[in-house]
Design a protein around this ligand. Structure first.
Ligand code: FES
Length: 224
């Protein structure tokens, strides 16, 4: 009879890097713990809170190395694998340390045909880095991303999971980089969407009532 030897568990270096944060640093404050408990109470099961807790952890630690993901999993009370799965699914969660400003340049369909790659390459040459890299001064990380839902203002980019900068030209990119280097936030521009029948040219949905009635009620309120 063949002797089956169970494969030993192989620790994969890229999934088990040396910790960045010490045990002393790996703590949530009492205030953060109270907030997390509140979020957990707002969902039918506690795992519903994991995205918010990962976000909180990212804002606190800057990114989510394995030991921070483990901290969030323990705090929420779910297996590490579940928290890891969420953190690695969404590009908005940073698994590696990024620069102070992360420039997400959209190169999806609309942005691509409107010059998204031109903007991306312009930024590469202006900052002296390639996509996925961070400038030596730690100020900028450049990323290429899929559609960010602002196709009508293509080409566009997003700054560190926040502000959208749209209708990009080389001049706008120059102004944006100057603004960020001065420690300022790029000016917010409101985009007006068509609100009434005339603006929509009569192309309004006719099943709005049914659509709204079938929408699930929000489970949680916005608390931050
Ligand atoms: S294709 Fe760039 S925002 Fe949609």
């Amino acid at each position: 009879m063949t002797n089956f030897i169970k494969d030993p568990v192989v620790m994969m270096a890229e999934r088990n890097p040396d910790p960045v944060f010490s045990n002393d640093e790996l703590v949530f404050s009492d205030q953060e713990k109270r907030l997390i408990e509140r979020w957990k109470s707002q969902y039918p099961t506690v795992d519903g809170a994991i995205m918010r807790v990962l976000w909180l952890a990212q804002e606190k630690f800057g990114f989510l190395p394995p030991e921070v993901i483990r901290l969030t999993a323990d705090e929420v009370g779910i297996p590490y694998a579940n928290a890891y799965g969420v953190a690695t699914f969404y590009t908005q969660y940073y698994k590696k340390k990024r620069g102070k400003h992360v420039l997400d340049v959209c190169t999806c369909f609309s942005c691509q045909v409107c010059g998204g790659y031109d903007i991306l390459h312009y930024l590469e040459s202006k900052l002296g880095i390639h996509v996925g890299e961070t400038t030596d001064d730690g100020l900028f990380t450049l990323q290429e991303v899929e559609c960010l839902g602002a196709c009508g203002s293509a080409p566009m980019l997003q700054v560190t999971n926040g502000r959208y900068v749209m209708d990009l030209t080389h001049e706008r990119v120059d102004a944006l980089i100057d603004t960020l280097r001065k420690g300022k936030t790029p000016e917010f521009t409101s985009v007006t969407l068509p609100q009434d029948e005339d603006e929509l040219g009569g192309n309004r949905r006719s099943d709005v009532k049914e659509f709204q009635a079938s929408s699930p009620r929000p489970v949680s309120e916005t608390v931050r």
